[in-house]
Design a protein around this ligand. Structure first.
Ligand code: GLC
Length: 427
């Protein structure tokens, strides 16, 4: 395959990084030399929690070892690294730890092994249906869900109660409550992920759905970004971060962790984020322990909103020299025992159904039953093979608007035009 010069330079660069990362994570000749290794890339912040899963697997499969290469936390960066490694076809990875949005692209390129036979109907019933569906592309199963995500609205229960306010159901209620309770710069009204990356797309889609709009219809490939609902959504976000608004200027450069830390420090009334925040914010020593509540994201009408479906799963790289062992690892990682090991200490949401009434997991995270209800209406991002490019287009234009470089209408008209051109060549 011939690549444009810029891209091939980039690919060579990132493959280099992958190779270095793999070397650092465990090259032949170090731990467990001589035993076949299953290699894959995990985000640096999760690696410590993957190690016990690798150790229990190695114990049950004495002939094998698991090499966990450490990659960036940001999904967009890891997607580029993964793509580069799979494109190089050098067998760097046996397994792929992939976001819900990566399945169509990696499967359409032929880089993943279908898992239909390895995970028949009966085995699939173990998983939350939304999380499982994110692994299906053109009728085949490629990805088994490991942990799931859904966008949530966190709020300061104590501050709302003191003002006699119920949790907001509509965006106008949230805006009014935030204006009333905020005391900037010490206490902000509303924090969300506004940096130019995938997290902004996840949040924008919640706002867009809550306004009755849509981004891409995956069936017809129709694009809804230049419709009035989309413009109204972006106008609202622009107003939130304008001077005198309910979100601090820094929100337009924030990702999940920056907003989580501020909220956890007691510096915001409302926060949009993923389920993992609950356990961290409620744990002993957290300034907001016992003071937070969680709801579905607001909408214009007040009907509980559909949070964006997120989450991570495992697939087998077609170039793996150990596909059967890789499948055995997926079975191990997605067992109830492994979900306990991984989700209890981190607060990440398990992908298995039985985890939601498991006493050990409930003890670590009593929020699970409530989460399960909200998760039931989680909305997927569009299943298109050119998802990464479509997201990049949207990220750029949303960010230009939030940074004051374009009006909401101009930004979205341009994004719609580019997205239509891009989808015109959808494989
Ligand atoms: C979380 C979600 C993932 C999403 C990402 C955006 O990791 O699980 O689906 O793409 O956040 O930042």
């Amino acid at each position: 395959m011939t690549l444009p010069a810029g891209i091939s330079r980039f690919v060579v660069g990132v493959v280099g990084v992958v190779v270095v990362a793999l070397g650092a994570a465990g090259c032949p000749g170090t731990r467990g030399a001589g035993r076949p290794a299953l290699r894959f890339l995990v985000p640096a912040n999760e690696r410590p929690f993957w190690l016990p899963l690798a150790a229990t697997f190695e114990k049950e499969h004495p002939g094998l070892r698991v090499d966990l290469a450490e990659g960036p936390v940001n999904t967009d960066l890891r997607e580029s690294l993964t793509t580069a490694a799979l494109l190089a076809g050098d067998g760097s990875f046996d397994l792929v730890y992939l976001d819900v949005t990566w399945t169509p692209k990696l499967a359409a390129a032929g880089w993943l092994l279908p898992l239909d036979a390895a995970f028949p109907e009966e085995a699939r019933r173990d998983f939350l249906p939304q999380a499982l569906a994110a692994g299906v592309f053109r009728g085949h199963l490629y990805r088994i869900p490991f942990r799931t995500d859904v966008g949530l609205l966190y709020y300061r229960k104590d501050l709302l109660a003191a003002a006699g306010l119920p949790p907001p159901r509509t965006w106008s209620e949230l805006e009014a409550d935030a204006r009333r309770l905020q005391k900037p710069p010490g206490l902000s009204g509303f924090l969300w992920q506004g940096a130019q990356y995938e997290g902004l797309v996840c949040f924008f889609l919640e706002v867009l759905r809550g306004h009755g709009g849509f981004w891409i219809d995956p069936e017809t490939l129709e694009v809804g970004l230049d419709r009035p609902e989309a413009v109204a959504s972006l106008e609202m976000l622009q107003r939130f971060c304008a001077p005198g608004g309910i979100s601090p200027p820094g929100v337009a450069a924030s990702k999940e962790e920056e907003t989580r830390r501020l909220f956890q420090d007691g510096r915001a009334v409302f926060l949009r984020n993923w389920p993992y925040v609950w356990r961290l914010a409620q744990r002993e020593g957290s300034p907001v322990a016992g003071k937070i509540g969680v709801e579905a994201v607001p909408t214009v009408s007040g009907v509980p909103g559909a949070g964006t479906l997120g989450g991570w799963g495992l697939a087998v790289a077609r170039t793996s020299r150990h596909p059967d062992e890789a499948i055995a690892f997926i079975r191990h990682a997605t067992s109830l025992a492994s979900q306990r090991l991984f989700c209890a200490p981190t607060g990440f949401a398990p992908a298995r159904r039985d985890a939601y009434d498991d006493p050990a997991l409930l003890a670590a995270n009593p929020f699970l039953p409530e989460l399960l209800k909200i998760h039931a209406s989680a909305a997927p991002r569009p299943v298109v093979a050119r998802y990464a490019q479509a997201s990049d287009v949207l990220q750029r234009h949303l960010s230009a608007c939030l940074g004051g470089l374009a009006s909401p209408r101009d930004a979205l008209v341009a994004a719609a035009r580019e997205t239509r051109a891009l989808l015109g060549s959808e494989p």
